[in-house]
Design a binder for this molecule. Structure first.
Ligand SMILES: C[S@@+](CC[C@H](N)C(=O)[O-])C[C@H]1O[C@@H](n2cnc3c(N)ncnc32)[C@H](O)[C@@H]1O
Length: 234
């Protein structure tokens, strides 16, 4: 896509209603970035697990990334910088996000953008060719999306991934019965993140579009089951 095409596309991508209504304070309002763009805060929100979960996702990309990686949605903290650090000479990272302030914030965070393309796109309508990416990372996005949006995001992530490539999801998950987080997190998630409990009730593997073959699905949980990584190999 040429820079001109990309600019005109950005102008036509609306911020989805659920993001405006539910998450304006976290991602859409310019003050959101001022409040949340702090490493210690995003780590606190994940109860000290940010680095562990970031590294669990990165591990799937390998020590040196030589292919094309797509990060679906910006992440507060140093997630994207760590992906960039792994890019080999042939590696490339695309990051998309639907919120203009998030795009601006990512540009400000990234020091070296020679191997990175940041674009305003919606995760439900990715502007990439079928089977064009070696790996796709979706870090803590699914729990923020209503069910029908989540299904489309997953379908799009699979569509753009090459056969043999990985789609890496990291997100919330239902904690084990004895975990105190099973009780502590319910009021927090139900108050602030109305779609998040879906991650406790359902499995990402069950939300894949019908008619798409995948080679492998692997799931690992962390922190007493409160978090999960699901890796789908196409
Ligand atoms: C990845 S999620 C949450 C990440 C994590 N909680 C953090 O600390 O940033 C947040 C991002 O998803 C973006 N987002 C939400 N819905 C989207 C959509 N439909 N398409 C693209 N980006 C979306 C928001 O604008 C926001 O930047």
């Amino acid at each position: 896509m040429s820079p001109k095409e990309s600019a005109s596309l950005s102008a036509t991508v609306p911020v989805p209603e659920y993001l405006q209504k539910t998450y304006w304070w976290a991602y859409v309002h310019p003050n959101a970035v001022r409040v949340f763009e702090r490493q210690w805060l995003v780590n606190l929100i994940l109860w000290g697990n940010f680095a562990r979960l970031r590294d669990a996702a990165l591990q799937e990309l390998g020590e040196v990334v030589s292919g094309k990686v797509l990060q679906v949605a910006c992440v507060y903290g140093n997630f994207t910088e760590y992906v960039v650090k792994r890019l080999g000479p042939q590696g490339h990272l695309d990051v998309i996000d639907v919120a203009p302030v998030q795009i601006k914030n990512l540009h400000a965070k990234l020091k070296d953008t020679r191997q990175v393309t940041v674009q305003r796109q919606d995760s439900t309508d990715l502007q990439f060719e079928d089977a064009s990416r070696d790996a796709v990372v979706v870090f803590f996005l699914l729990h923020e999306q209503p069910v029908e949006v989540r299904h489309k995001t997953i379908a799009e992530a699979l569509r753009v991934t090459k056969p043999g490539g990985k789609i890496i999801f990291v997100d919330y998950h239902r904690p084990v019965a004895l975990s105190p987080w099973r009780y502590i997190m319910v009021p927090i998630l139900t108050t602030l993140e109305p779609f998040a409990m879906d991650m406790w009730r359902g499995e990402i593997a069950n939300w894949l579009p019908s008619g798409i073959e995948v080679a492998k699905i692997e799931k690992q949980t962390y922190f007493g089951g409160l978090y999960q990584k699901v890796v789908i190999t196409r």
